[in-house]
Design a protein around this ligand. Structure first.
Ligand SMILES: [Ca+2]
Ligand SMILES: [Ca+2]
Length: 427
């Protein structure tokens, strides 16, 4: 029993010491930004009376990008129920960042982006209408870092956070901060499909956007509704570093999101085309491009039967088109599918016959056009050399001259015959 009493006293002293260091009196703040008083992170502050209408300036320092600042506390009106406390936060440029405490029990949060390496915030406190008692004012920091890093993913490609395939979590501030965009960078190879699946942990809605190495946007999508899972895929046409941008579009409270990033090379699909009785080119066209068809394969045959196999990645709907050798008439396709659906890894063979009609008509038309083309070509050439605008003059002018010469010759012969006849009569 003799040793129990000193131990209890010692424990009491330790507990008292702990209590004293855990809560401390809120010091009197400065009168402006220049003499603001520093508050310690993690320290609980109390003050028996905050006297009405006197603004006090404090500051906190050393907040990293992606660290959430949390204000908690409680105040009691001392005179009547209409008293209110105003606690506001300002950035280093002394711009007010946004919140004002009116409820007696309060919790406010703020999440900065990665524009700066470290942040200082000013805090101003004053009350309105009457004095209040401040209890347990505490400012703490919570890490809301992105993708397993120790920072916030930046807003642009230069500040993007480098990631690899995998599952991650990230944070965006909504209205409670400046962390409105998180951008990640990932290396992809030619032909790989980059996929992102984003699962909100709240009712927030998101935009996902992809940018290529030139920082051109190549794909984008948005949540159908707040809280919806959102997916985006894009097949890279080259080896490059791509950027994934995630942005909240239904602004909400500060919220966490999960996302999974994968890179996969789709299996090739194989299409074999067999045709009979045709002479020309079979072209396989992709229908999946926005700005028209992409020609995937062009082959030519002049035998009776023909077969070719095309490998396409990643599959989809394709169209077959026929182009005849002469180019004058496009024969109808017969007994052949025009549209082919190919899933990744799928193999398909299609057969058909082209009915090629009108070959004779085609040849006649061709001959006629060639003849006309030759004559016109010669006349135009001579007319050009002589500087005559209308090539028809080259025919009309010589014809007129010839006509005049013939008439003159006929007249001379007529005159000669008449003269000879008159002379004979005289003799
Ligand atoms: Ca973030
Ligand atoms: Ca960010």
């Amino acid at each position: 029993m003799g040793t129990t009493k000193p131990i209890v006293v010692l424990l009491f002293i330790i507990a008292l010491t702990f209590t004293v260091t855990a809560t401390t009196a809120l010091p009197e703040g400065g009168t402006g930004y220049d003499d603001a008083v520093e508050l310690d992170i993690g320290q609980e502050y109390n003050r028996e009376e905050i006297v009405g209408e006197k603004e006090e300036f404090f500051y906190i320092d050393g907040i990293k990008p992606g660290q959430m600042v949390k204000f908690e506390g409680y105040f009691t009106p001392l005179e009547h129920d209409h008293c209110s406390l105003r606690l506001k936060m300002h950035n280093e440029d002394r711009r007010e960042l946004g919140f004002e405490i009116m409820d007696q029990s309060f919790t406010k949060v703020w999440l900065p982006n990665s524009d700066q390496d470290s942040y200082t915030y000013y805090i101003t406190i004053y009350n309105r209408y009457c004095s209040v008692e401040m209890e347990n004012l505490e400012i703490t920091l919570e890490d809301k870092f992105d993708a397993g890093s120790d920072t916030d993913a930046g807003d642009n490609p230069d500040e993007a956070l480098e990631i690899e395939e995998g599952s991650y979590t990230g944070w965006l501030s909504g209205d409670s901060g400046t962390d409105e965009v998180d951008m990640y960078s990932i290396q992809v190879e030619e032909g790989e499909e980059l996929s992102t699946e984003l699962i909100p942990d709240s009712d927030a809605g998101y935009h996902i956007r992809y940018y290529n190495e030139d920082r051109s946007q190549v794909a984008s999508t948005s949540s159908d509704n707040p809280g919806a899972i959102t997916r985006l895929s894009y097949r890279s046409d080259r080896d490059q570093e791509m950027y994934i941008e995630i942005e909240e579009h239904h602004y909400n409270e500060l919220a966490e999101y999960e996302f999974e990033v994968t890179r996969e090379t789709p299996e090739a699909a194989e299409l074999t085309v067999e045709t009979l009785n045709t002479e020309g080119n079979v072209i396989l066209l992709s229908e999946e491009l926005d700005n028209g068809f992409k020609e995937l394969e062009l082959d030519h045959r002049d035998a009776d039967t023909w077969s070719t196999t095309v490998e396409v990645v990643p599959g989809g709907e394709y169209m077959l088109e026929f182009e005849s050798v002469t180019g004058f008439e496009s024969p109808e396709l017969s007994e052949m599918e025009r549209y082919v659906n190919l899933g990744p890894g799928e193999s398909k063979t299609i057969q058909g016959t082209y009915v090629q009609t009108g070959e004779e008509v085609e040849e006649e038309v061709e001959d006629e056009i060639e003849t006309v083309t030759e004559e016109e070509g010669l006349l135009e050439m001579v007319a050009n050399i002589l500087g005559i605008e209308n090539p028809l003059l080259l025919i009309l002018v010589p014809a007129a001259i010839l006509f005049v010469i013939i008439v003159v010759i006929i007249l001379i012969i007529g005159l000669f015959i008449k003269m000879m006849t008159s002379k004979n009569k005289e003799d």
